[in-house]
Design a protein around this ligand. Structure first.
Ligand code: NI
Ligand code: MN
Length: 226
């Protein structure tokens, strides 16, 4: 099985065969996630979709303690490699077989500067093919036709999609995205953290339900198993 934990905003924990993967750690700066302690989180790998502060804030603290391998686009991975962290650089369209499964770095339509304005490469998302389950983590992105490429290679069991609007897709576009990636089981993220991205939970779930789809919105710290 694959255990997926929501750590708030766009931070996701994935546990497969005792391997711990953390995606986009932004916890210590998220008042809604104050009950999550970054000093106890396990991480063998840290996957980063892009370089924005609300996705990388806790990378160094967690990677220093865990010696996790930082997986991201070439620019972001090298940035951490140059600072002495373990890293694995990728770029769009490329896949790599890790111990927990195959990771593909896919297109996201967004931007990717580091907090100091330096270049963070081009933003992406991840398709993870585990032993039994496959998931798509879209990252921050607009709705894009490139999402249609994903089901040509991978049958997804879960799509993790941003739904907060303003910086990313809104709920309506996320519904279309779930059509594009051919996955009706969606975990929503990137909502409610800031005033710009507050959403109505019941309305969002109903809109998905009306299209025959399932939108899950997890409490921060809650998990699902696939
Ligand atoms: Ni962003
Ligand atoms: Mn973001």
């Amino acid at each position: 099985t694959m255990k997926i934990t929501f750590y708030g905003h766009a931070c996701i924990g994935i546990e497969v065969n005792d391997v711990h993967i953390l995606v986009d750690p932004f916890i210590s700066g998220n008042p809604k996630a104050s009950h999550i302690d970054i000093n106890t989180l396990k991480a063998d790998y840290i996957l980063l979709t892009h370089a924005h502060q609300d996705h990388i804030l806790d990378v160094e603290a967690i990677a220093k303690r865990t010696e996790a391998v930082i997986v991201s686009n070439y620019e972001i991975a090298s940035h951490y490699g140059n600072k002495g962290f373990n890293y694995h650089p990728m770029n769009h369209g490329g896949s790599w077989d890790f111990e927990f499964g195959t990771v593909k770095y896919v297109i996201a339509l967004h931007t990717s500067s580091f907090p100091d304005g330096s270049y963070g490469g081009q933003p992406g998302g991840f398709v993870i093919e585990g032993e039994h389950k496959n998931i798509y983590i879209a990252g921050d992105t607009a709705l894009t036709m490139d999402m249609k490429l994903i089901p040509m290679r991978t049958k997804l069991d879960l799509a993790i999609l941003p739904i907060g609007d303003n910086f990313t897709m809104d709920v309506e576009d996320a519904i279309i995205a779930s059509d594009f990636v051919q996955c009706d089981k969606v975990l929503g993220y990137h909502f409610d953290t800031f005033g710009y991205i507050e959403i109505n939970h019941e309305e969002a779930k109903r809109k998905f339900f009306d299209k025959g789809k399932d939108l899950m919105l997890l409490e921060i710290g809650a998990s699902i198993e696939l």
